[in-house]
Design a binder for this molecule. Structure first.
Ligand code: NAD
Length: 513
C-alpha cells in the first residue's frame, strides 16, 4: 500500500473526486465524456475528470484570445514577476504535487519531486529571461537609417503533452511562453488528467491574485480528438507537441496544412557507446539508471548499448549482476528502484518486444516477466530485461517504451559504433563512455553523433533545463527549455527607421518622380 494518504494529497492540491476538466483560470467547466484517472501503482481509481466538447473548446479559445490582448501589453519583466510567484507556489506545493505525479503516473517519488523541481528551475530561468528577450541591431546601408529587430508575443500556444512527464513538459513550455507574452492552452495526456488539473489550479490562483484576466492559462482535457481541435485551429499559431513519433507525424501534417508553426518533441532510441577506454563502473551506473529509471518510460531512456568486443563480456556480466539487485515495487517506497508501467497496453508492448527480439534471432540475457501477487495487483509491474541483439533488427530500430535494453557489439574504431548509433530513425539522446580524448571528440564532431543531445561520460537519460532540449530526425527537431529555445514562442520583426528628409531606396535603386 502507498505510504501516504492520497486524500490528503488531493486536498492539498484542491482536487475533488469529480472534476471539471476544462478551465480558463478560475472558471472551470467541461461537459464532454469523463476520463477516469487510474493509478498504475495499485490500480485504484483516483478521480474522474470531464473533457472538452467543441463548445467548451470555443469558449476556451475566445477567452484566451481576449486575455492575449491584455497580456501582450504587460511589460515582459512584469510577466516574469508573475512566473516568479508561480515558481514560489510550486516550491510550497512541491511535496503534494510530486506525490500526485508519482501516484498517477507511476514514477518514483524522487522522480516525481524531481519533476516539480524542474518546473521550479524553468520558472527561475524564465524570470531572468523576461529581461533578456533580446533582438539584434544592424547597420543600415542607407544613410540616416536605423535598423534593428525585435521579438513580439506570438498569441495562443497550444501545448500537447505525454503521460511520462505529466507536469514538467507543460512548465517548460508555459514558463517561457508566458514571459514571451503568449497565452497557453494545454491538452495534457488523457492518462494523467489530475496532474494537469493540479497544475492549472496553482497557475490560476496566481493569475487571479494579480488581477489578471481569465485565459492566460487554459486547460482542455480529453484524448486525441480534443488535441485535433487545437492542431487544426488557425487561431493557434504555435503547437508544441510532446509524444510518440506516430502522433508527431499526424500533428505536423495538421499544423503544416494551415502553415502554422510546430515544435515537436517525439520519441528516442538512445544509445550509449562503450569503448575500450570506458570506466566500467560509471558505465554500469549510467546504463542501468538510463534503462530502468522511470521503468524505461523516458524519452531519453537508454535503449541500446553499443559495446566494444574487447570489453563486451566484462560489461555484460556487470550489467547482469546489477539487474539482479533491482527491487521492483511501489514507486512511493524509496527502497524500490523500478515502478510500474503506465497501463496494460504498455505491458503488452513490452511483452511483444521481448517476443520479437527472440524471433529475430536475439538472445535474452535477463528475462522479463509481468509480476503478480502482493503489491503487484495493478498488473503493470514488469521485470527489466536485457537482450543481445543485432543493430538492424526491426525491434531494435523501434522505441519500446519499457525497460528493455539491447546489447550490441562493435569491433574496430569508434566510428563503427557511431555508425550503429546513428543508423536509426530517431535522434534524441546519445552518450559515449570513454577516457580517450580522441574518441570523445570524434563522437562530438560533425561526423559524430547526429542526436540533439550528445554526452560524454554521462548516460542518455535526463537533462538540465539550462540547455536546449530536443532531437533530430523522427524526434521532430524541436527545442524546448534553455538556451535560445524561447525564440520559437515569439515572432521576429525587422524594423528600419528613416530619420532624414530623403527616401533613398535599398540596393542604390533610383525611382525619380
Ligand atoms: P502519445 O503520442 O500517445 O500521446 C501524446 C499526446 O498526444 C497525448 O496528449 C495524446 O492525447 C495526444 N495525441 C495523440 N494523437 C493526437 C492527434 N492525432 N492529434 C493531437 N493530439 C494527439 O504519447 P505517450 O504515450 O503519452 O508518450 C510517450 C511518447 O512520448 C514516447 O514516444 C516518448 O519518447 C515521447 N516523449 C518525448 C519527449 C521529448 O521531449 N522528446 C518527452 C516525453 C515523451
Amino acid at each position: 500500500a502507498p505510504q501516504f494518504a492520497i486524500n490528503d494529497v488531493l486536498k492539498d492540491l484542491n482536487i475533488e473526486s469529480t472534476n471539471f476538466g476544462v478551465s480558463t483560470g478560475s472558471d472551470c467547466f467541461g461537459s464532454g465524456e469523463e476520463i477516469i484517472s487510474k493509478s498504475p501503482v495499485d490500480g485504484a481509481i483516483i478521480a474522474k475528470v470531464s473533457t472538452a466538447t467543441s463548445d467548451d473548446y470555443e469558449k476556451t479559445v475566445s477567452t484566451s484570445l481576449n486575455a492575449f490582448k491584455e497580456w501582450r501589453n504587460t511589460p515582459a519583466p512584469q510577466r516574469g514577476e508573475i512566473v516568479r510567484q508561480f515558481g514560489n507556489k510550486l516550491r510550497e506545493l512541491k511535496q503534494p504535487l510530486g506525490k500526485l505525479v508519482s501516484y498517477e503516473m507511476g514514477k518514483s517519488l524522487q522522480e516525481g519531486l524531481g519533476e516539480v523541481q524542474e518546473m521550479i528551475d524553468i520558472c527561475d530561468f524564465a524570470v531572468g529571461l523576461s529581461r533578456q528577450l533580446h533582438g539584434l541591431t544592424m547597420h543600415s546601408e542607407r544613410p540616416g537609417h536605423r535598423m534593428y529587430e525585435q521579438y513580439h508575443p506570438l498569441g495562443v500556444v497550444g501545448i500537447i503533452s505525454a503521460f511520462n512527464f505529466p507536469v514538467a513538459v507543460w512548465a517548460w513550455n508555459t514558463a517561457l511562453a508566458w514571459v514571451c507574452g503568449d497565452v497557453c492552452i494545454w491538452k495534457p495526456s488523457e492518462k494523467t488528467p489530475l496532474c494537469a488539473i493540479a497544475c492549472q489550479k496553482i497557475a490560476a490562483d496566481v493569475f487571479k491574485k494579480n488581477g489578471l484576466p481569465e485565459g492566460i492559462s487554459c486547460l482542455i482535457n480529453g484524448d486525441y480528438r480534443v488535441g485535433e481541435m487545437l492542431t487544426t485551429d488557425t487561431r493557434v499559431p504555435l503547437i508544441s507537441a510532446t509524444g510518440s513519433i506516430r502522433m508527431g507525424k499526424i500533428v505536423a501534417q495538421a499544423v503544416g496544412a494551415r502553415l502554422g508553426k510546430s515544435l515537436l518533441e517525439l520519441g528516442g532510441n538512445n544509445a550509449i557507446i562503450v569503448t575500450p577506454d570506458a570506466d566500467i563502473k560509471m558505465t554500469v551506473i549510467g546504463a542501468v539508471f538510463g534503462a530502468v529509471g522511470t521503468a524505461g518510460q523516458r524519452c531519453t531512456s537508454t535503449r541500446r548499448l553499443i559495446i566494444h568486443e574487447s570489453i563486451y563480456d566484462k560489461v555484460k556480466k556487470a550489467l547482469v549482476d546489477a539487474y539482479a539487485q533491482l527491487r521492483i515495487g511501489n514507486p512511493l517506497d524509496e527502497n524500490n528502484h523500478v515502478g510500474p508501467l503506465i497501463d496494460s497496453d504498455a505491458v503488452e508492448s513490452y511483452l511483444r518486444a521481448l517476443q520479437n527480439v527472440v524471433k529475430e534471432g536475439g538472445k535474452i540475457l535477463v528475462h522479463g516477466d509481468v509480476l503478480s501477487g502482493d503489491g503487484y495487483e495493478s498488473g503493470c509491474y514488469v521485470k527489466p530485461a536485457i537482450a543481445e541483439a543485432e543493430p538492424e533488427f526491426k525491434i531494435v530500430q523501434e522505441e519500446t517504451f519499457a525497460p528493455v535494453l539491447y546489447l550490441l557489439k562493435y569491433s574496430g574504431e569508434v566510428d563503427k559504433a557511431i555508425d550503429i548509433q546513428n543508423n536509426v530513425a530517431q535522434g534524441l539522446s546519445s552518450a559515449i563512455m570513454t577516457n580517450n580524448l580522441r574518441e570523445a571528440e570524434r563522437f562530438l564532431s560533425a561526423a559524430g553523433s547526429d542526436c540533439g543531445i550528445a554526452n560524454v561520460n554521462i548516460g542518455t537519460s535526463g537533462a538540465e533545463i539550462g540547455g536546449a532540449f530536443g532531437g533530430e530526425k523522427e524526434t521532430g527537431g524541436g527545442r524546448e527549455s534553455g538556451s535560445d529555445a524561447w525564440k520559437v514562442y515569439m515572432r521576429r520583426q525587422t524594423n528600419t527607421i528613416n530619420y532624414t528628409t530623403e527616401l533613398p531606396l535599398a540596393q542604390g535603386i533610383k525611382f525619380d518622380l
